[in-house]
Write a protein of this length. Structure first.
Length: 227
């Protein structure tokens, strides 16, 4: 769903999930997030993948960091906007991350290495707290999301070849299903559904959709477990 000429913002909204409960603010505090991932078993993903993959691509292991910044006003999710010239997911809103390399010990090693390479985030600011289920993208990546808390005070240095911008969105906004929009689109030979969570800030819209929105929805689903 990320081919040339496809603009997800032009696909009509078929449903908004406002009927689902909003996660209470106290569930989204750092201590509660630590406790949840330490004590609650990992649930099956609500959204396991995009559905299918581009022909001729073999599955490739990848990992992303889901960075939750512990701001005084509430936890924020750190996201990036990718540059427009990339082969895959150009211009899209993403988590820092990328494919697993031979020297990576595990998914955390990949996520932390990629976060440092892409946005200059040093590992000393990162507190790993858990993982979400793997997510399969249409571009054949098997993505392991690694959830971490970030201490404020870090300074980012963006790799301008890959990342156009880094920004933060309140976790409470993203965990409110009234912000979760469903879109249905017919592509050659298949009907697909994707989620979006548009974020407006200072007169700009950040259209969070696709794999990033799906992994955020899996985070919402996970945080509802055991309640």
């Amino acid at each position: 769903m990320s081919g040339a000429g496809f603009d997800p913002r032009e696909v009509p909204v078929s449903q908004v999930d406002e009927h689902l409960p909003v996660l209470p603010p106290d569930w989204l505090q750092p201590a509660a997030l630590r406790q949840h991932f330490a004590e609650v078993p990992l649930a099956l993903p609500e959204r396991p993948g995009d559905g299918g993959r581009f022909a001729g691509r073999e599955p490739r292991a990848a990992a992303v960091l889901v960075p939750l910044v512990m701001r005084e006003g509430g936890v924020q999710v750190l996201l990036t906007r990718r540059t427009e010239h990339l082969r895959d997911h150009a211009g899209q809103i993403s988590f820092p991350g990328g494919r697993v390399e031979e020297g990576d010990a595990d998914a955390w090693a990949t996520a932390l290495r990629e976060a440092e390479e892409e946005i200059g985030l040093a590992a000393e600011w990162v507190e790993p707290i858990g993982q979400l289920p793997r997510y399969q993208t249409v571009t054949a990546y098997e993505v392991q999301p690694c959830v971490a808390l970030l201490r404020p005070g870090f300074v980012l240095r963006l790799d301008e070849g890959e990342v156009a911008e880094a920004f933060e969105v309140p976790l409470g906004f993203l965990m409110d299903p009234a912000r979760h929009q469903r879109h249905r689109v017919r592509l050659p030979g298949v009907d697909r559904e994707f989620l979006s969570m548009p974020w407006q800030h200072e007169g700009r819209e950040y259209f969070i959709w696709g794999a990033t929105a799906a992994m955020l929805r899996n985070l919402y689903h996970q945080l509802r477990q055991g309640r």
